[in-house]
Design a protein around this ligand. Structure first.
Ligand SMILES: [Zn+2]
Ligand SMILES: [Zn+2]
Length: 228
């Protein structure tokens, strides 16, 4: 009984080994070291490594795209551990992660923008979690760059017919429902678009398309994590 209680407080919640190094929020120092930067010589648009001679195989609608960390960095992979935990309400992990984002160097081009914005969450997920990791990251980056944060994008509410779809069906269709808000002006603006995790880039692409359609001159993309 005593041992159970004791081990619960001394084992790392990531690797389940005894706590060591500069532990924070229940994760040991070596787990936190799993915030790996992306590989050098990555493509400046898709942030993946591919043959430089050939055009970017990924669908990208921007000249500059990058992420702070490799989603699968560390053992266990810290990005997926953190993001899933944070989405389930792990406020300690969220705070510790944002603190690290605040002290990470950003690409030079990220500062050459008029405003910072974020990919919109689905209405359901924000309601369930009460916060939006992409927006929190974007606000932090906007402070760091000394550029305004503006919420420019919305997801269109589902019709009652769409609301009956299952979550996975909805997730497949939701990117198409991203729209630029009518009450913001993005005309002739250079915009830094921020999201938490960049996987296929479909959501980012829909966001960029909508902003461009509303007159934005250029979109740059920066995310916390990139799935390689
Ligand atoms: Zn650990
Ligand atoms: Zn590329």
């Amino acid at each position: 009984m005593f041992l159970d209680t004791f081990s619960k407080w001394t084992l790392c919640r990531g690797c389940l080994r005894p706590m060591s190094g500069t532990a924070e929020a229940g994760l040991c120092g070596s787990c936190w070291d799993g915030l790996w930067p992306l590989p050098e010589k990555r493509c400046p648009q898709c942030a993946l490594t591919h043959d430089e001679e050939r055009p970017c195989p990924d669908i990208v609608a921007w000249e500059h795209g990058d992420a702070l960390w490799n989603y699968r960095g560390g053992r266990p992979a810290l990005g997926s551990l953190l993001v899933h935990g944070i989405k389930a309400g792990e406020t300690g992990w969220r705070r510790a992660l944002l603190k690290r984002a605040a002290s990470t160097e950003l690409p030079v081009w990220a500062g050459e923008v008029d405003l910072v914005t974020s990919a919109p969450p689905s209405p359901m997920s924000k309601w369930r979690r009460g916060f939006d990791l992409a927006e929190e990251a974007a606000r932090l980056i906007s402070d760091k760059l000394n550029r305004p944060y503006i919420r420019t994008l919305n997801r269109v509410w589902l019709s009652s017919r769409q609301a009956k779809l299952t979550e996975s069906q909805r997730r497949k269709m939701s990117p198409k429902n991203i729209r630029t808000r009518r009450d913001v002006n993005v005309y002739e603006k250079v915009i830094l678009l921020v999201d938490d995790v960049w996987t296929t880039g479909t959501t980012l692409l829909r966001c960029a398309q909508s902003l461009r359609k509303s007159g934005a001159t250029e979109i740059k993309v920066l995310t916390l994590f990139r799935v390689l």
